[in-house]
Design a protein around this ligand. Structure first.
Ligand code: ADP
Ligand code: MG
Length: 238
């Protein structure tokens, strides 16, 4: 059974169509990367999977269940944003525990999950700091930690590294690959960075203006792109 399937998913904002019938199967534990130029619909697709955006037509299936009408919190997914979206007035520990406490999770279990996430991300020393006392990379770890504490089956990342400088970006890329291995979960990752796509992905989905142009393993796309657009995006030799 696929971890996530999109069946002919359409999105219109008012009368403006932005996703034109996307179909895709993502296997359990797979690392899938959506790439494509700005405005092609990557974030919209991700937000529809997360349940942050209604779908106009079609079907999204997560863990064998149609989730079109299922609330984001009930989908077994967690999303990490580019902007981190941390609460500035809360400590790292509070940032990690807040969502769980809000949904009524008991204190002992919340503490267990928070310290496990902190261990995995190596931020245990930073628990009493506030976001402004953290570096960009540390903030990004906290943002990922907030996803980990929820024990999701599927992680969604929307350009999580694009606010970091080049060196940190490489470090965090390696870190995300490690997390994927260690947690054994499904990851769907949006980027416009070709290197991130090529190094992280089991499977790349190339998008162009709301259409899926090609789906394939990185090297298959690289050596056998369907068209010039895909070739350009994965950096195929001319
Ligand atoms: P990407 O993440 O690939 O840059 P988006 O998914 O953000 O692209 O956007 C796809 C298209 O949908 C763009 O043309 C964008 O302007 C449009 N769009 C996104 N969100 C909205 C919205 N809330 N209302 C109207 N149009 C939107
Ligand atoms: Mg986007």
């Amino acid at each position: 059974m696929a971890a996530v399937s999109l069946n002919n998913v359409v999105k219109k904002f008012g009368s403006l169509p932005v996703v034109h019938g996307a179909s895709l199967e993502i296997a359990d534990g797979e690392f899938v990367v959506f790439v494509g130029p700005s405005g092609c619909g990557k974030s919209t697709l991700l937000r529809m999977i997360a349940g942050l955006e209604d779908i106009t037509d079609g079907e999204i299936v997560i863990g064998g269940k149609v989730v079109n009408d299922v609330e984001p919190a009930e989908r077994g997914i967690a999303m990490v944003f580019q902007s981190y979206a941390l609460y500035p007035h809360m400590t790292v520990e509070q940032n990690l525990s807040f969502g769980l406490r809000m949904t009524g999770n008991d204190k002992a279990d919340t503490q267990r999950r928070v310290s496990r996430a902190a261990d995995i991300l190596r931020i245990s020393e930073l628990m009493q700091r506030r976001p402004r006392q953290l570096s960009g990379g540390q903030r990004q770890r906290v943002a990922i930690g907030r996803a980990i504490v929820r024990n999701p089956q599927v992680f969604l990342f929307d350009e999580p590294l694009s606010n970091l400088d080049a060196e940190l970006r490489v470090q965090m890329r390696v870190e995300i690959a490690r997390l994927h291995k260690e947690l054994g979960v499904t990851m769907i990752y949006v980027t416009h960075d070709q290197t991130e796509a090529m190094t992280l992905a089991d499977k790349i989905v190339v998008l162009r203006a709301g259409n899926i142009e090609q789906i394939g393993r990185p090297l298959d796309l690289y050596y056998d792109p369907d068209n010039q657009f895909v070739a350009g995006f994965v950096g195929s030799p001319k």
